[in-house]
Design a protein around this ligand. Structure first.
Ligand code: PMP
Length: 423
C-alpha cells in the first residue's frame, strides 16, 4: 500500500506555544474537524493571484476579466473534484451551514424533510420551516437504511421529499452508508443532500458514483482559509426557486412596471443564488485546495491517515479510563476524527490540560451535535445541552466529550505526543 512520505506542508506548522511547566513546544493542531490549517500550497496560489484580482462579471478591464475566468474555472475544478454530473450547478457559499440553508430555501413548498437526530446542527436545523421527520439514532449502518426506508414508505401524502445525511460524523468520524441511503431515498421518490464537511478533506467523493442529488462542504475544513463553501448538485430545484439573496449579480434584467412596481428576471445559472460581489479569492482558494489534494493523491493521503488513526486508537485502548464514543461500534470505519471521555475527568479540564501541559489543541464540548453526543454519553437525546457543560461529579457520567482530529498536514509527532499525554 502506498504511504505518503510525510504530512503536506500547512500554515502554522512553525508556531510554538508556552507550556505551564516552562519552556515552549511546537503547537500540535489536533482540531482539524473544526478548521484545518490552510495548505501552504493553497496560500501560495492565493498569493500568486492576489495582485491581479478584480471584481468579477461584466468589468471591462483586464483584471476583472481575469478574475471572472478564475472564478468560473474554480466552479469547474470543484465540479471535477466532486465528480458531478454535467448538468449540476456549483454554487459558492460561505460554508456548509450557508449551503444547507440555501438548499432549505429552494425546496418545493410541500417538501417533507427526513433527517437523523444524529446530525450536526448545520444539517439538523435549517429545515424547520418545512415538515421535518427526525429519525432516531441508528446503531448500525444497515439500521440507518432500514429506518429511512420505513419512514419514507410511511409518508402520506406522497409528495416531494428530501433526505439530509452526513457522510462522516464530526463527532465519531464514522462513515455513513451514503450510497445505500441515496438508493433508499430514490426508491421512495425522495432526493438526498449529503453534508460532506467532514468527508471531503479525507476521502474522494463522487456525486455520480454515490448517486446523490446535492453535496455541501466548507473550504476551511478542506485546507483553504475561512469564508467560502460549496453547494453542488441538481439544477432544477435551484432554478425554480426564488434567489437565496435578492440583489445585483442574481438578476439578469430589472425594469419598472407601469403600475409602479419592479419586474425582475433572475439568472437561471449558479449566479441566481450568489447575489452581491462574490468572494472570488475564497472560491479560488477552495479550487486550489481541491487541486492540491487531487495532486497529492487520495490513495497516499488515506493510507497515511489510516496509520495515524490506528496510532490514536491503539494508544487510547491502552488507557483503561478512556471510552471512545461510537455509534456503529469500535471497529466501524472512520476518518481522522475521534471523540472520547476520560473517567474521573471533566472533558473541558482534560482538554485545557492537553493545551497547557503539552501544547496540544483539541476540542471539548458537544460539537454542535447535542442530541448525538447526549446519546453517545448514555444520556437522553431530549436533554437540553450546552457547550460549556458543568462538571460531572465523581461516579456520574460525563456531560461532554473531548475530540481529537487530524489530516493531511498532521506530523506523526503530534499524534504520538497526544497518545503519550493521554497515557
Ligand atoms: N456539518 C458538519 C458535519 C460539520 O462538522 C460542520 C462544522 N463543524 C458543519 C456542518 C458546519 O460547517 P461550517 O461551520 O463551516 O458552516
Amino acid at each position: 500500500e502506498p504511504v505518503c512520505a510525510g504530512p503536506l506542508p500547512v500554515l502554522g506548522r512553525d508556531v510554538t506555544v508556552p507550556l505551564v511547566t516552562g519552556g515552549e513546544v511546537s503547537y500540535a493542531a489536533l482540531d482539524y474537524a473544526a478548521s484545518a490549517p490552510a495548505l501552504q500550497r493553497v496560500w501560495d496560489d492565493i498569493a500568486a493571484y492576489a495582485p491581479y484580482y478584480g471584481s468579477v462579471h461584466r468589468g471591462a478591464g483586464y483584471l476583472s476579466q481575469l478574475s471572472t475566468d478564475l472564478f468560473e474555472n474554480s466552479r469547474t475544478t470543484v465540479a471535477e473534484f466532486l465528480d458531478c454530473r454535467p448538468d449540476d450547478q456549483v454554487i459558492f457559499t460561505r460554508a456548509t451551514t450557508d449551503s444547507l440553508n440555501l438548499l432549505a430555501g429552494v425546496l418545493p413548498a410541500d417538501c417533507e424533510v427526513f433527517v437523523f437526530e444524529t446530525e450536526h446542527h448545520a444539517s439538523l436545523l435549517p429545515w424547520q420551516r418545512h415538515r421535518v421527520t427526525y429519525l432516531d439514532a441508528p446503531r448500525t449502518p444497515a439500521r440507518a437504511v432500514e429506518t429511512l426506508e420505513r419512514a419514507l414508505a410511511d409518508r402520506e401524502p406522497y409528495g416531494p421529499a428530501l433526505v439530509c445525511v452526513t457522510a462522516a460524523s464530526n463527532v465519531t468520524g464514522e462513515l455513513w452508508p451514503v450510497r445505500e441511503l441515496a438508493a433508499a431515498a430514490h426508491a421512495h421518490g425522495a432526493r438526498i443532500v449529503v453534508d460532506a464537511a467532514q468527508f471531503v478533506p479525507h476521502l474522494p467523493f463522487s456525486v455520480r458514483d454515490l448517486d446523490v442529488d446535492w453535496v455541501a462542504f466548507s473550504g476551511h475544513k478542506l485546507y483553504a482559509p475561512f469564508g467560502s463553501g460549496v453547494l453542488a448538485g441538481r439544477a432544477d430545484w435551484l432554478r425554480a426557486a426564488e434567489p437565496y439573496l435578492a440583489g445585483g449579480g442574481a438578476s439578469r434584467a430589472v425594469a419598472r412596471r407601469p403600475d409602479g412596481g419592479v419586474d425582475v428576471e433572475w439568472h437561471t445559472t449558479a449566479a441566481r443564488h450568489e447575489a452581491g460581489s462574490p468572494n472570488v479569492i475564497g472560491a479560488y482558494a477552495v479550487a486550489a485546495a481541491c487541486k492540491a489534494l487531487t495532486e497529492a493523491g487520495f490513495d497516499t493521503l488515506v493510507a497515511r491517515e489510516r496509520l495515524l488513526i490506528e496510532k490514536v486508537r491503539a494508544g487510547l485502548a491502552e488507557v483503561p479510563e478512556v471510552t471512545v464514543l461510537s455509534l456503529f461500534g469500535d471497529d466501524a470505519p472512520r476518518v481522522g476524527v475521534l471523540s472520547f471521555v476520560v473517567e474521573g475527568w471533566n472533558s473541558s479540564h482534560f482538554a485545557a490540560a492537553l493545551s497547557a501541559e503539552y501544547g496540544i489543541g483539541v476540542r471539548d464540548g458537544l460539537f454542535c451535535a447535542h442530541p448525538l453526543v447526549r446519546t453517545l454519553l448514555g444520556g437522553d437525546p431530549g436533554e437540553a445541552g450546552e457547550c460549556g457543560a458543568p462538571e460531572a461529579r465523581p461516579g456520574e457520567r460525563s456531560l461532554n466529550a473531548i475530540r481529537v482530529s487530524f489530516g493531511a498536514g498532521t506530523p506523526d509527532e503530534h499524534v504520538e505526543r497526544f497518545v503519550r499525554a493521554v497515557g
